[in-house]
Design a protein around this ligand. Structure first.
Ligand code: SAM
Ligand code: ZN
Length: 372
């Protein structure tokens, strides 16, 4: 932990400033990082430990047991797949579009549910002033190893429902997390409550639309069987599923979708957008994707209209919702209505231009349902 993090951290109990206890040890490899120590509230008696370089704000008795379990399950996934990959950059900016590196420059950013820290690294490279990335589980330790010591990166173990921050972030985002929470809406509201009155937000969640097979088949299997399996067994099972999946993505889905772009008569391939998208990755990443899907104790598939309502519930005037790969929703909002309209235009232009190469069939257009 860098002492500069104290600028934004507060006590969970009374929202007062925290101060560092005089006794601290530093990371041998990164002397600016406080490795072990204690943060004390300046008003009440509460204190928070700094352990292995990260301040810890999760109290298992105060968070939802489901969310704690979810954090522990994902920590297993990140421990087994801690690798960083250059392709995460494109994937990230696809998820959060219309946000881009230019938009992020100089901002103080909050990431809710950071996993192994792959996005914190990208944000730091994009020139943010600071990125505060939180995760509820031991994923935060993997994140620390990957990015904790980078300048401007602050990692915090915390529950999205109980964020130890002031309301002073320029931008907050969450990718692939809220749908795994016991209460996705209150997670979104909590995240929104830390954005300053002039700020903006992005969330990406699984969509209900087009995901009938995940909801009807995979969800019950995950809930009843795979999320309860020993993780080493699940790792093997995921490998068995990932192998034909890689072959199908690379040998069928990607060529099919590329061919379809040029030949109007080719019929759509179910889930083709997503499968050809993930075909860019190799076996290890697809193994991780399968493992990740099967280990999560909870996953909600969020209907578009309900997702749009989160923004209103959390006090945002309006939002720009985009269908990503025809299986998930990405939503942007900003307190600055001019910025919001500018982003709406960008999303629409990008959608129109991506269709330029294709004949605008009705099923393609349905994914571009931009108005909330
Ligand atoms: C599917 S992973 C996505 C991680 C990261 N956003 C990424 O895309 O690499 C979901 C992450 O959210 C974290 N998470 C789930 N519920 C949380 C909560 N209530 N508070 C903080 N983190 C949470 C999990 O521990 C897990 O690391
Ligand atoms: Zn306090």
């Amino acid at each position: 932990m860098k002492s500069a993090a104290l600028e934004h951290l507060v006590c969970l109990n009374c929202l007062s400033d925290l101060q560092l206890d005089s006794k601290q040890t530093f990371d041998n490899d990164h002397p600016n990082e406080i490795y072990e120590g204690i943060l004390r509230c300046t008003s009440c008696s509460r204190e928070y430990k700094i352990v292995r370089g990260v301040p810890r704000f999760v109290d298992e008795n105060e968070s939802s047991p489901t969310d704690i379990r979810t954090g522990a399950s994902f920590a297993e996934a990140w421990k087994r797949f801690p690798m960083m990959d250059e392709r995460y950059r494109k994937q990230f900016f696809d998820w959060v579009f219309p946000v881009d590196a230019n938009f992020l420059k100089g901002k103080v950013v909050l990431e809710c549910g950071c996993g192994k820290g792959r996005h914190a690294k990208l944000l730091q490279e994009a020139g943010v002033k600071a990125i505060y990335a939180v995760d509820i589980g031991e994923a935060i330790d993997i994140a620390y190893q990957n990015v904790g010591f980078q300048p401007g990166v602050h990692l915090v173990q915390a529950d999205i429902e109980r964020l130890p921050f002031r309301r002073d972030f320029d931008f907050a985002f969450s990718v692939g997390v809220l749908h795994h929470m016991e209460s996705p809406l209150s997670g979104f509201q909590s995240m929104s409550s830390k954005v300053k009155p002039t700020g903006s937000i992005v969330a990406w969640v699984y969509g209900r639309e087009n995901n009938w097979w995940l909801i009807a088949i995979v969800n019950p299997i995950r809930e009843l069987i795979t999320s309860k399996m020993p993780s080493s067994l699940l790792l093997s099972l995921s490998a068995v599923i990932a192998l034909p999946l890689v072959l199908y993505c690379k040998l069928v889905a990607r060529p099919w979708m590329n061919f379809r772009k040029r030949h109007n008569w080719v019929p759509p391939l179910y889930y083709g957008e997503y499968l050809s998208y993930i075909a860019q990755f190799g076996f290890t990443e697809l193994h991780h994707i399968v493992f990740d899907h099967l280990i999560a104790p909870v996953a909600y598939y969020v209907p578009r209209a309900y997702f749009a309502s989160w923004f209103k519930e959390a006090g945002w005037t309006d939002s720009v919702i985009r269908w990503h790969n025809r299986n998930s929703w990405s939503g942007f909002s900003s307190a600055d209505l001019q910025e919001l309209e500018y982003m709406r235009k960008r999303v629409k232009e990008a959608a129109d231009s991506s269709l330029g190469a294709v004949t605008a069939r009705s099923e393609d257009r349905s994914g571009l349902d931009l108005e909330p």
